[in-house]
Design a protein around this ligand. Sequence first.
Ligand code: ARG
Ligand code: GLU
Length: 688
Amino acid sequence: MKKILIALLAVLLAVPAQADEGMWLPVLINQRIKDMRAKGFKLKAEDVYSVNKACLKDAVVLFGSGCTGELVSGEGLLFTNHHCGYGQIQRHSSVEHDYLKDGFWAMSRDQELPNKGLTVSFLEYMEEVTDAVLKGYGEGMTERQRDSVIKVNSQALVADAVKEGKGLRANVEALFYGNQYFLFVFRTFKDVRLVGAPPSSIGKFGGDTDNWMWPRHTGDFSIFRIYADKDNNPADYSPENVPYHPKKFFKISTKGVKEGDFTFVYGCPGSTKEYVTSDEVEYTGSVSDPKKIDLRTKRLDIMKKYMGQSQAVRIQYSSKAANVSNAWKKWQGEEKGIRRMKTVEKKKEYQERFKEWAKGTRYDGLVEKLETLYQKRNPYFLAYEYYNETVRSIELLQIASTVMMIIKNKEAKDAVAEQFFKDYYQPIDEEIFVAMLKAFDSEMSDEFKPQYFKEKLKSYGSVEAWQKDIYAKSLFTDKERVLALTKDDAEAIKNDPAYQMYDAFYKWYFNTLRPVINDVNSQIRLAYRDYMQGQMDYEPQKQFYPDANLTLRIAYGNVKGYSPADGVYYSPVSTLKGIIEKDNPNIFDYNIPQALRDIYAEGGHDDQPVCFLATNHTTGGNSGSPIINADGNLIGINFDRVWEGTMSDIVYDPSVCRNISLDIRYLLFNIEHIGHAEYLFNEMVFAD
Ligand code: ARG
Ligand code: GLU
């Protein structure tokens, strides 16, 4: 009787997935379409996802290895973010043609720039294959046997799915911690050319100051084109290739957005953990995030000090500092958000109810088991995170290990060395060495310090003395000596103090931390397979969406402002007027191109929209995703979230979780007024 009551209570207490929470699988669109339409969407399920007919999914691509892009013409034209095309733009840049600084605009097809290694992938179809993947698996088999059953079956499914060739590739992904398996079949194109990019002072406007923030005014876009062979199939780069004709491309809406409008983001979110226990959340919010934030604050302070003293150093370190600061800022929002949402406490309450319900079922004891596993894992994992954020952040050790790895290939080694020393400023690295090793020394308990570390520190007497000696003796501080190395120098490198330090720490990690972490993590994953299923059985009426894993998803919501703090309200649309307000030639992040000032001075552009906020549930990987209106037309490009809402990877709060998108009209404005590449409009289709 008690059980029934508890079950009943669980049903009553269970909240369905929050209004705008969720990253849904397109193939299950039928489960969402009613809700989407109730919220204003006008298209049908098969317009969003269909295997038989061209639909919106055919206009969305995985761009590179971690961004999204969208097709906007019948001639293979593609939009993504500036920060997603950044590497390509940088690689084409030189002192004579600084496309990062000045922007790049092809004025005709033959000026478009090929990009070795860049691919885009279209999802052909996805389907659930759980039964096929588990065929042959039976009661009593060990986990290892289960894994090998899965491996063999998956290989067969993949081989069958790609047998036509023509750029097809496939993989089987575990969703819901291995309770379900899906086959994803992609077509991958390898000839993708750069068509246009604004100057960084537009594409990265606001830099790290504005990153993860609202109000935002970043023109974060770049434009590419996909090429195919004459039969419209994927092909390696060739001048003979022709623009790819996609099955579908987005029409562009210039109608504009206003508060309340329906929005829908179609893209490839990378990673979330919405169904973990309070132990994992507590570790993230109270241990991992704050400690990593501290370490990165130290590194950033050192970089900023030297960057402020020299323009040359600022250029060398701006991209490195941006990388360090991106996660640093995100973690601050995440940590705060977890605390504000009382996620640990709420998860604990939930777990108590779950435990009660689970008594006598196969889920009995699971929460406790996870607790024990986390207790075992956390100290090892923390040591690993410390190692990662301290020792592995020392550039001298990085170059030593990279050179050792590729010493056999002189050309590759020399290219790496040139690139490394172009952006290397030793005083920064020396200071980071000292700060990071001191932090490692004071924060790690004796048990988690490598013997090598203890001995060195003892023999040198201080981290400073160690630093002086290693930078004086290592050959890796000297570009000419690194360039002079040949494949016969591997032995010499083994005796270099920087390489030795790298190697000693790596071996310690490999032999003492990694085995424990891997072993416990696989037990944790296993427990989560049951705990996930348990959560689904516990709340059978709730609609669960699988954690993100870089597979194509749908998130929908609406244009909406938010209140970041008491007494403050952010409205959801930003304009060119705000760029002019921020403009300051003396502040690097806010120094806009003169052309933009001139256009503004002409008048009439005050209300030119730039960015907007919406409630779509997104994460890293959604950068470059199309944001779509009720009619299925393109209104913008997703590129960020607000930092107050970054805990949405763990817990979504409808009151502050907002994604930030570039308004498509600002992209068009840039093509016209900055790039003067209006010819591109001819191949786009404007919906209204
Ligand atoms: N925060 C965005 C993301 O997570 C943009 C990062 C690039 N921009 C920057 N200023 N670091 O990727
Ligand atoms: N800028 C992120 C990306 O590169 C998206 C921001 C986020 O939502 O995490 O994917």
